[in-house]
Write a protein that binds this ligand. Sequence first.
Ligand SMILES: Cc1cc2nc3c(=O)[nH]c(=O)nc-3n(C[C@H](O)[C@H](O)[C@H](O)COP(=O)(O)OP(=O)(O)OC[C@H]3O[C@@H](n4cnc5c(N)ncnc54)[C@H](O)[C@@H]3O)c2cc1C
Length: 326
Amino acid sequence: MRSVIVYVEQEQGKTRRIGAEMCSKGAELASALGGASTAVVLGKGASAAAQAIKETPIDAIVVGEDVPVDAFLIDPAVDALESLAREAGPSLLLLPASNAGKDIAARVAVRLNAGIITEATDITIAGGSVVVQSPKFGGTVVSTIGFKNSEFGVVVCRPNSFAARKQAGKGETKSVAPASGKTYAAQIVEAVAQEAGKLGVDEASVVVSGGRGLGGPEHFDIIEQLAAAFGGAVGASRAVVDAGWISHGHQVGQTGKTVSPQLYIAVGISGAIQHKVGMRSSGLIVAINKDPNAPIFEFCDFGVVGDLFQIVPALTALVKERKGGA
Ligand SMILES: Cc1cc2nc3c(=O)[nH]c(=O)nc-3n(C[C@H](O)[C@H](O)[C@H](O)COP(=O)(O)OP(=O)(O)OC[C@H]3O[C@@H](n4cnc5c(N)ncnc54)[C@H](O)[C@@H]3O)c2cc1C
């Protein structure tokens, strides 16, 4: 493998932070492999989204404004990536660990007869080969994985795993046309935006999660205020999702999302194993719980024993004050 191709998701001209993270990592890997790095942005708004990618160290950007990724399910993106990879020759493809990213990655890997490694938290080059770190069994072990097939390899990357570097002035832009004469079986009939403007738990660099200790849905606002003070996202334990206090999109854990923010604050969450497996790879874990024997204190970095109703508002005020917003 010499080249690196990065699939950057965009919506209405906006990319998510993982796009810049993967472009930075992709450029680093390509230069270690002795090849070029290319970002691929598809769908309506791709040209606008490419502007943000230009601020990363990526060598080239392929823009497919007319590739109908907004109208159909993942097939147009699979077609575009397959043909770009074949054109580039032996290459490593990086995709985000989003729902669509995982689907596209699997199909592209089949088409290219490539190996696929999911949930990557680091990628390096050793002796000319790609080496990927990927947590398994809920993060209890970290596997080091490589590819047998040296022609193509597909890696699905976890958000917040690589640093996003800024580097203006590169990113030569080319365009890609939709696959000609193709008809697609499945079409998107409606797309409903989720709570516009709010960050998803799986992409935020700070996640504040609330659990049953909150006592009721009416108290979730203190979690929202702390998350907002950090510019982060709101997470939740399954207990409160099952109780209908907050939607499933916020659930962290075995049957929810796996998150790895730089800072994870667990508020009124006991720290059951099924919750732990979804957040244990976070950078810094802070727990606020009134029970000193709560299991979460066994694996957090900082533990605060006390009543969340006193601690969380005080913490929110402090964060706002430090940020100059109080
Ligand atoms: C197959 C399976 C899959 C599961 N998947 C998930 C999953 O994806 N995610 C998940 O989270 N769980 C999951 N669970 C559920 C998990 O086992 C726990 O039941 C759940 O995580 C508990 O949620 P909790 O910590 O909010 O509630 P609890 O365990 O009830 O903990 C509440 C905590 O709040 C503290 N507290 C109470 N009042 C206060 C206060 N005033 N101030 C400070 N602290 C206070 C208590 O001391 C307690 O530790 C799963 C379970 C199964 C069987």
